[in-house]
Ligand binder design. Structure first.
Ligand code: ATP
Length: 408
């Protein structure tokens, strides 16, 4: 356990030191439950979101994207049951609604509204819009990535439980008779995403949520748990919610939200909801990637990040920084590479060993060194992060090679 806590401390410290995640409002003493993503963290987080969006929206024919407003008409949260029931128990036995309140409008006109505690609500409110404008046929899904807010009573464990966080959610609409097959398909898709993003599969465990712990409207729920350094905790959820949400919003809005296909009676589709936390994904990715080993007789720390999510894809160095011809050549190679492969970095600080260590620690998959041979024959050294293995390749082939390896 001590070693695991130690791992958490090391991850938090690396995140702060190298610009992944900073405590929120730090110069004012911090603000519990809020975190700021620094230059490398925002890249990692964006890459995670892009991977998810490409996989679940752009590469599929049955998925539609959405970016709904964070603040919705408060009647929606009444209809969904959140105003009455989105509560956590307090120590004294009373309960506390964890939705953040705000006020919309001025003076007497002002009304209480809420920051959304989950992104899913906006999807249900736009179900009819998407059906009317794009005419999708069942089964189909609507996907959304965005911020969610919960006034957690005890925010803790770094970005695992915070008060402002990000979710990637899908509502997948199906005919009630077809829920089981679709549920299984999502179960597989979630595990495939887990592998693709670089989370160690062996650290993920599926938990069938039993009858007593499941929401009353859900016939089946699986929690995907991950062995975080502080224990086994929920990473993602997958729930079959029947027609609970659409029927609640139909009642609350007095609008007809039924779906119909020619020759059929109108009906409310049932829904399967895979829900992914972005911040928990990042933490699981970092926990999976954090490695300490020995390379060339020296201890080192590196992040074994999947190249697709690594914040820096490659770093370009001149072998020596006091040789203007090497620096000029390295700059030239760097500039042309940067226009073709995003997130490439130039580094000429310290000696080459230090540069490797620095890049290893933030998970940069490849380091490219420009030396005197480059000036003669146009080749560079490309070093691989995990093994330290080096290969000599023509600078002109770098962009194509990197692109194919990033997407492999
Ligand atoms: P928990 O039991 O850990 O509080 P939950 O069951 O309330 O989580 P859901 O309501 O199912 O969580 O939210 C869906 C996903 O959103 C979670 O699987 C998680 O990845 C993410 N999430 C929820 N609450 C937080 C939070 N406070 N901070 C960061 N991520 C969160």
């Amino acid at each position: 356990m001590e070693e695991k806590n130690n791992l958490m401390e090391k991850i938090v410290s690396l995140c702060k030191r190298r610009g992944f995640v900073y405590p929120g409002s730090e110069i004012y003493g911090g603000f519990s439950g809020f975190w700021d993503y620094g230059p490398l963290g925002v890249e990692l987080k964006n890459n995670i979101k892009q991977l998810w969006w490409r996989r679940f929206v752009q590469e599929r024919d049955d998925m539609y994207g959405l970016d709904a407003a964070i603040v919705m008409n408060p009647r929606a949260w009444e209809a969904s049951g959140h105003v009455a029931g989105f509560a956590d128990p307090m120590e004294d036995g009373s309960s506390f609604n964890t939705m953040f309140q705000t006020h919309v409008g001025a003076g007497k006109e002002a009304m209480v509204a809420y920051l959304r505690p989950e992104t899913a609500g906006g999807i249900f409110l736009n179900f009819k819009n998407v059906v009317d404008s794009l005419h999708p046929k069942l089964p189909f899904g609507i996907a959304q990535i965005g911020k969610a807010f919960r006034n957690e009573i005890a925010p803790r464990d770094f970005v695992f439980r915070s008060r402002e966080f990000e979710q990637m959610e899908v509502e997948y609409f199906v005919r009630s008779s077809e829920w089981e097959g679709n549920f299984e398909a999502w179960r597989t898709s979630i595990m495939e995403f887990i592998s693709a993003v670089g989370i160690t599969k062996d650290l993920v465990h599926e938990l069938e949520v039993g009858d007593s712990a499941r929401a009353h409207y859900s016939k089946r729920t699986i929690d995907f748990e991950f062995d975080f350094p502080f224990g086994r905790k929920e990473l993602y959820g997958l729930a079959y919610r029947g027609d609970f949400d659409l029927s609640a919003h139909e009642a609350g809005s007095a609008q007809n939200l039924k779906y119909t296909e020619e020759g059929e009676e109108p009906f409310l589709p049932h829904v399967i909801e895979p829900s992914f936390g972005v911040d928990r994904t990042m933490l699981a990715v970092l926990t999976s990637a954090y490695t300490e080993d020995e390379l060339g007789g020296e201890p080192r720390t590196y992040l074994k990040l999947n190249p697709a999510v690594a914040p820096i894809k490659a770093a370009v160095f001149p072998l020596l920084k006091n040789k203007p011809e090497l620096v000029a050549k390295a700059r030239e190679i760097y500039s042309s590479l940067k226009s073709l492969v995003p997130s490439v970095q130039f580094d000429d600080n310290g000696n080459i060993g230090k540069r490797y260590r620095r890049q290893d620690e933030v998970g940069t998959p490849w380091c490219i060194t420009v030396d005197f041979d480059t000036l003669q024959d146009g080749t560079v050294t490309m070093r691989e992060r995990d093994t330290g293995a080096q290969e000599r390749i023509p600078a002109s082939e770098l962009a194509a090679l990197l692109k194919s390896r990033i997407n492999a």
